[in-house]
Write a protein that binds this ligand. Structure first.
Ligand SMILES: [Zn+2]
Length: 115
């Protein structure tokens, strides 16, 4: 995903989150500070997770645009398609990263490029 697409996708999601929060506030006029804080954190956590996933994938794409070599023996890796990896953000949101996976034709090491 390129910068412009990322920005559009994040803009769309932020608008949903902001208007969702404003709506929630209208529906919960007596919410306490703690309740409001929890709601804001939960909603921003969704945006945070999306930003992390999109931005992290960009590094993976950049890695495979160049030449990736085996960290063990230095041979050029062969791309073997994509593998999914699930990470958890500090806010407790799950982020699924689909990353290119490579195998070294010389020594057989299988790696995700660093990043
Ligand atoms: Zn190797």
């Amino acid at each position: 995903m390129k910068g412009e697409d990322m920005r559009k996708s994040w803009n769309g999601l932020s608008e949903e989150i902001l208007s969702g929060m404003a709506e929630w506030r209208e529906q919960h006029p007596k919410a306490t500070f703690r309740e409001i804080e929890a709601e804001v954190d939960q909603r921003l956590g969704v945006l945070r997770a999306r930003m992390l996933a999109d931005a992290a994938l960009r590094s993976a794409q950049a890695e495979w645009e160049g030449e990736v070599v085996c960290p063990q023996c230095g041979a050029k890796l062969e791309g073997k398609g994509k593998k999914k990896r699930t990470l958890e953000t500090r806010g407790g949101q799950r982020v699924e990263l689909e990353r290119e996976y490579g195998i070294c034709p010389r020594c057989g090491a299988g790696i995700f490029p660093p990043g």
